[in-house]
Design a protein around this ligand. Structure first.
Ligand code: NAD
Ligand code: IPM
Ligand code: MN
Length: 356
């Protein structure tokens, strides 16, 4: 039995989660993987249910899981809550030690027209953002005295080292290039970041390293996304750059992510938020959630064959021209999910015929 904790969360979270979990369920049935899905309250939904965005029972279930799947949290209803849904998300990442967040984005061949960039600029872009997830401004001390407020940014050598190792290892398996993004012309944490990344790079002679300031990186990402392979960066810069990167392939609704710690279960979530402006309308793009489910199979459970089948079915749906509203179409969230499962079932039937 493989226990997968499902945290649908708020807004479009439950809508996109439903489609992704149905894909996992299909694969579990076919390959007899014994997935057991256990849903827990999280985020705004948990505030409503029990006054806490990260209830103790949810955290305990996550600690004991084989993998965790999250939809999205937050929304205007809870923006003035004492402890916001987003605090629950940060609390969960921190409690599980999920320091490394992998956010891959790719312009699919033949689908360059989905990009708001010129096709010749977008073509071939294939970037992995390795975002530090449990340090920096997100987790520093804060003060707010009414007219003056402070957020403290701290990084230690150890924190930078471990995320740098993740980036270099990933680059070794992909394009062999790390671009470390910082603001070392101003920030002390960035100066440390750059020194430590240089030190770690010495252990990976086959991986090329360059450094960019975050402002220049934001510019280069839209001017020449093809120049990047792995972007290694701190928590806040990674948050911002990955939203920007997502649109290069067409929409924020396309990107999935995986978060890992030193050990323990990994967590998988689309990079987008709860999208309150379209929640409840069944028009969200579930592709990022489905891509996250494929990452869960590959990285969380060590099932690369099943992950490839799901990714392949997802890509086929896009290649076949099925488009949700974010990509200019009128496909429903549920309809897009059903189309992915239809393509997946066809692949599973072929697989079955092959082994019989
Ligand atoms: P958002 O990502 O929710 O939405 C930004 C824009 O992108 C909106 O116009 C939205 O409709 C669109 N969009 C997002 N996902 C989409 C999808 N799958 N399909 C189609 N369109 C999609 O960001 P926001 O509006 O800044 O934040 C809304 C709430 O979500 C806030 O409370 C924020 O804190 C929270 N948030 C949560 C997460 C998370 O749970 N991991 C991530 C980001 C934001
Ligand atoms: C994300 C989100 C979160 C972040 C928020 C909701 C705390 O934007 O997962 O990208 O900033 O990390
Ligand atoms: Mn974000």
């Amino acid at each position: 039995m493989t226990k997968i904790i499902i945290l649908p969360g708020d807004g479009i979270g439950p809508e996109v989660t439903r489609e992704a979990v149905a894909c996992l369920d299909l694969l579990s049935d076919h390959f007899d993987l014994g997935f057991r899905f256990e849903e827990h309250p999280f985020g705004g939904a948990a505030i409503d249910a029990c006054g806490d965005p990260l209830p103790e029972s949810t955290l305990k279930a996550c600690r004991n899981a084989d993998a965790i799947f999250l939809g999205a949290v937050g929304g205007p209803k809870w923006d003035r809550a004492e402890k916001r849904p987003e605090a629950g998300l940060l609390g969960l990442r921190s409690a599980l030690g999920l320091f490394a967040n992998l956010r891959p984005a790719r312009v699919i061949e033949g689908l360059e027209d989905l990009s708001p960039l010129k096709a010749k600029v977008a073509a071939g872009a294939d970037v992995l953002v390795v975002r530090e997830l449990t340090g920096g401004l997100y987790f520093g001390a804060r003060t707010d005295e009414g007219e003056v407020a402070t957020d403290l940014c701290t990084y230690s050598r150890e924190e930078v080292e471990r995320i740098a190792h993740v980036a270099f290892r990933e680059a070794g398996r992909r394009g062999g290039k790390v671009t470390s993004v910082d603001k070392a012309n101003v920030l002390a944490t960035s100066k440390l970041w750059r020194r430590v990344v240089e030190d770690v790079a010495a252990q990976y002679p086959d991986v090329a390293l360059d450094h960019m300031y975050v402002d220049a990186a934001a510019m280069a990402l839209v001017a020449a996304p093809g120049r990047f392979d792995v972007i290694l960066t701190e928590n806040l810069f990674g948050d911002i750059l990955s939203d920007q990167l997502s649109v290069i392939g067409g929409s924020i609704g396309l990107l999935g992510s995986a978060s890992r710690g030193e050990d323990g279960p990994m967590m998988f979530e689309p990079i987008h938020g709860s999208a309150p402006d379209i929640a409840g309308l069944d028009i969200a793009n579930p592709a990022g959630a489905i891509a996250s489910a494929a990452m869960l199979l590959e990285l969380g459970l060590g099932l690369p064959e099943q992950a490839a089948m799901l990714n392949n079915a997802l890509e086929q749906v896009l290649v076949d021209g099925v488009r949700t509203a974010d990509l200019g179409g009128d496909a429903r969230c549920s309809g897009f999910g059903a189309q992915v499962r239809e393509r997946l079932e066809a692949r599973l039937a072929r697989h079955k015929a092959m082994i019989e």
